[in-house]
Design a protein around this ligand. Structure first.
Ligand code: FES
Length: 161
């Protein structure tokens, strides 16, 4: 079953590459699409893209490791992006990170054992008046101060799984 799902993803990726390969500098956009499909960019996916584009795999690897937007590690179903821009930092981002680490038992950049959450840090997300801010996927949370508030948000997301 898993293999079938993987095969289907590779077929979709093949179609994406073939649609985009004649664009000027298609690699970054193709990698974004690949990451959307697979959730991350393991070496097998990078090799596949390199073969389809007929370019060296080192070139693909170079781009994947250069841009923060790309990851070679699997991410959780929900990525929690904690803003560590200046306003949020001053208003308690380190404490939010600390509490999330304790609640989810992960360090920054890691994914929970059940694969549901990944905690990462991002720069200013443009909602400084709500500092400290974090985002779960597209949803923004601001002025969260207590562990209880955080726990409620986490458990709401857990219930959606
Ligand atoms: S510094 Fe966090 S939203 Fe601007």
């Amino acid at each position: 079953m898993l293999e079938k799902k993987e095969d289907a993803l590779y077929e979709q990726l093949r179609a994406i590459v073939s649609d985009m390969k004649n664009l000027r500098n298609p690699l970054i956009e193709i990698l974004h699409q690949a990451q959307k499909l697979f959730g991350y960019l393991p070496m097998e996916v990078q090799r596949f893209v390199a073969e389809e584009l007929e370019i060296p795999v080192n070139k693909v690897y170079g781009v994947v490791t250069f841009y923060n937007a790309f990851t070679m590690k699997p991410r959780g179903k929900y990525v929690i992006n904690v803003c560590t821009g200046t306003a949020c930092y001053v208003k308690g981002a380190p404490r939010i990170i600390q509490m999330l680490s304790e609640i989810l038992d992960v360090e920054l950049g890691e994914t929970t054992e059940d694969g549901i959450f990944t905690v990462t840090a991002v720069r200013c997300v443009g909602a400084c008046s709500l500092a400290p801010v974090f985002m779960v996927e597209e949803e923004t949370f601001g002025r969260i101060e207590t562990r209880k508030q955080l726990q409620e948000i986490i458990s709401n997301y857990r219930q959606k799984v």
